[in-house]
Ligand binder design. Structure first.
Ligand code: ADP
Ligand code: MG
Length: 691
């Protein structure tokens, strides 16, 4: 394609329009071409006036013979026009658009698309789109708004679809005519285009905006979807390649220490699940190599990821290296610290936790110094420290993928193994497409002792009886309850608004559960207060813990068996599933109650589907289907991926583009393809900034 030009240089473009375009991130002609229509209007039936039938959507081209202003009996101001062709005369009118009388003048040739209607005894045209043309038979390729399949663009930032269409039409008219001989595809090598049965780039852009027919449109979409996924795959492969070329710090590698590891496994109070063993074997195989591991461990909430990571830390210790174990909050740091102390009590593993963002030096209640420790547990703040001999970094409850942490570590001259863990169900296709550089282990099996959480959608009229039921459960079984306040804003950081909502919910609940002790937890509390609250909940001082939605993933309190979620309709299913995972972590029957603020058949269907489905991956796939990938991660994540045209459910295209990207890297040099290089670099940048 030709070199992109800045939008400032487009003809007839006001500075206001330029500002609006810029606010949408449209800086040049190439950005414009990649602003795709949300739908199309088919105005391709060009009809003469005599043959136009009521109910038809047509385009009529004629000469304006009358233009006048009228006031209807209802008081509406109407701009009325008459159009004549060789076969007759037809009227059409607009409401409250006085400027049209200044633009559309008798004698002009005019093309107007819309629906033919009977109005009183007259046949009229209800106009949708129109434009001035140069004759009764204008060239079809010169029609922008009528007479063909017309693109309708998303109207954002106050830009009308028509304005965007004008601009894109102009850019398309500057592209050289599509001709394979002198107009080679600029993005992809010819071979890849041909092998994958793609149409060429310019044709694709022409047809995505102005398809000649709908099969052309499909071919255009296929080509552009290919480009989109291909460039993503390429970025992943490039990252993977450079990672594979890396070596661990001083080329260290681990011996297996099978006996010691097995002894630890045998000492556990439970048997590892098959999935846990498989994940561990995959990790152990990575740790034998001198290439640093980049593994992503995904597993349902409560599937037992911690123990798998702990085994990796133990192997690291046996080999004389330190592990750094990072959790997102201090509460989780404390929880892991306790877990690890118990787990390693019969070994000589030295464990230390570092808490307190502000005082990185304070090592709490431990005689072990950082240099002596085998396992160092803390929040991400600990990455700023220098460690003696770090061989492994584990990042727990990460919704992102450690690319930037890795870069950070490397800058400090250490290149340890990296294990990233999440309970966020990530559809395999997403993981393999967008994070193709990572190796993936999945724990897709729950420990045997678990009962599925019974999930119920509670209509408003049953709210009180649900509260009563919960109250009785507390009395009878002494189990504990989470109540999750409404999600106010989908934001990673809790806002004051959310905190307010939590406070008022707290006050309300104190009245409802008069005889219960209730704790409150939200992100704006001091770390020490949070710890205190969690400790109280853990030691059963509270029956009920009221929390905001963004707090405390990963909390593992077995006696908490009921979770009540307010305004459940505001969440993606995957996020709801995360919340539900706070209960059902032991062998007691657990319950999840969904309250809603709104009720509608769609909300009902979605929540009932959720109630019946306990598999996080199915829920994530459903989110993908219904809400698009960007929304899977709901509260946790924004702009995770925004594919413009390709679909992550298109498995075969994902496969094809992956193969094509591999072929490209084997046979071509990226620097020979500047346009492709540019787009790949943008994807590489996204990888890091997403992190
Ligand atoms: P998550 O994968 O959500 O991080 P955890 O690692 O916190 O889950 O494990 C949840 C609970 O399940 C912990 O109390 C842990 O001790 C227990 N657990 C882990 N693996 C098993 C197993 N194979 N059988 C029974 N319980 C297990
Ligand atoms: Mg966990």
């Amino acid at each position: 394609m030709s070199q992109p030009v800045e939008i400032g240089t487009l003809p007839n473009t006001s500075s206001i329009t330029i500002k609006k375009l810029l606010s949408l991130g449209i800086k040049n002609s190439s950005d414009l071409l990649n602003y795709f229509p949300s739908r199309y209007e088919n105005f391709s039936l060009i009809s003469n006036i005599e043959n136009s039938r009521p109910g038809e959507t047509v385009t009529i081209i004629g000469k304006v013979i009358d233009a006048k202003f009228q006031i209807a009996r209802t008081g509406l101001r109407i701009q009325n026009f008459k159009l004549e062709d060789d076969t007759g005369i037809i009227e059409f009118g607009f409401f409250n658009q006085p400027y049209l009388l200044r633009v559309i003048k008798p004698g002009m040739y005019f093309s107007v698309s819309g629906e033919i209607e009977i109005f009183g005894r007259k046949t009229i045209l209800k106009p949708k789109e129109y434009e001035i043309v140069d004759s009764l038979k204008p060239k079809k390729s010169l029609l922008k708004h009528t007479g063909r399949i017309i693109p309708i663009y998303p109207e954002k930032a106050g830009l009308s679809s028509k304005t965007i269409r004008e601009k894109i039409f102009y850019v398309l008219s500057t592209l050289s005519p599509s001709n394979r001989v002198n107009n080679l595809d600029r993005l992809l090598p010819e071979k890849i285009v041909l092998y994958n049965g793609l149409i060429d780039e310019i044709n694709a852009y022409r047809n995505i905006h102005y398809p000649v027919d709908f099969s052309d449109l499909e071919r255009a979409k296929a080509r552009l979807a290919f480009d989109e996924l291909f460039t993503i795959q390429l970025a992943s492969l490039i990252v993977k390649r450079s990672w594979l070329a890396e070596k661990t710090t001083n080329n260290f590698y681990f011996e297996r220490f099978e006996n010691e590891i097995n002894r630890l496994i045998k000492g556990l109070p439970f048997k590892l699940t098959t999935a846990q063993i498989r994940a561990w074997n995959e990790i152990a195989a990575d740790l034998k190599k001198i290439n640093p591991m980049n593994r992503f461990l995904q597993g349902e909430v409560g599937s037992g990821k911690t123990i798998v990571a702990a085994l990796a830390c133990y192997l690291c210790k046996l080999n004389g290296y330190q592990s750094v174990f990072m959790a997102p909050t201090e509460i989780l740091v404390n929880q892991h610290y306790q877990t690890f102390l118990t787990l390693f009590k019969d070994t000589d593993t030295k464990i230390i936790k570092i808490t307190g963002r502000d005082r990185p030096k304070s090592t709490s209640n431990s005689a072990v110094s950082v240099d002596d420790a085998d396992i160092i547990i803390g929040t991400s703040a600990i990455l700023n420290r220098n460690f003696n001999k770090v061989g492994l970094v584990v990042i727990d409850e990460q919704h992102r993928f450690g690319v930037s942490q890795r870069a950070h570590l490397k800058k400090k001259g250490v290149n340890p193994h990296l294990l990233t863990m999440t309970a966020t169900p990530i559809p395999r296709t997403v993981a393999l497409t967008l994070y193709g550089e990572l190796d993936l282990s999945v724990i897709d099996e729950m420990p045997k002792n678990r009962l599925p959480v019974k999930t119920h959608f509670i209509p408003t009229w049953k709210r009180q009886s649900c509260y009563r039921w919960i109250d009785e459960q507390i009395t009878t079984y002494k189990n504990q309850v989470y109540i999750v306040c409404p999600l106010i804003e989908e934001s990673v950081n809790e806002t004051m608004k959310s905190v307010k909502a939590a406070n008022s919910e707290f006050e309300k609940l104190k009245k409802i559960f008069k005889n219960r002790s209730i704790g409150l937890l939200h992100g704006r509390m001091k770390a020490s207060e949070k710890n205190e609250t969690m400790k109280n909940f853990f030691y059963k001082k509270y029956d009920i813990l009221v929390t905001t939605p963004v707090v405390e993933v990963g909390i593992d309190i077995k006696n908490a068996t009921i979770i009540l979620i307010e305004a459940a309709e505001r969440y993606g299913l995957a996020s709801l599933h995360q919340l539900r995972g706070r209960v059902g972590r032991g062998d007691k029957q657990s319950y999840c109650f969904l309250f809603t603020e709104k009720e509608s058949p769609q909300i009902y269907d979605r929540l009932v589907f959720f109630s019946k489905t306990s598999n996080g991956n199915i829920l994530a796939e459903k989110d993908l289907e219904v809400r698009g990938a960007g929304n899977i991660y709901g509260t946790q994540q924004h702009g995770f991926i925004d594919l413009k045209i390709a679909k992550l459910t298109d498995f075969s295209l994902i496969e094809e583009t992956k193969k094509a990207a591999e072929y490209f890297l084997k046979n071509h040099k990226l620097s020979d393809y500047p346009e492709l290089q540019l787009r790949t670099e943008i994807n590489l940048e996204k990888k890091v900034s997403r992190d």
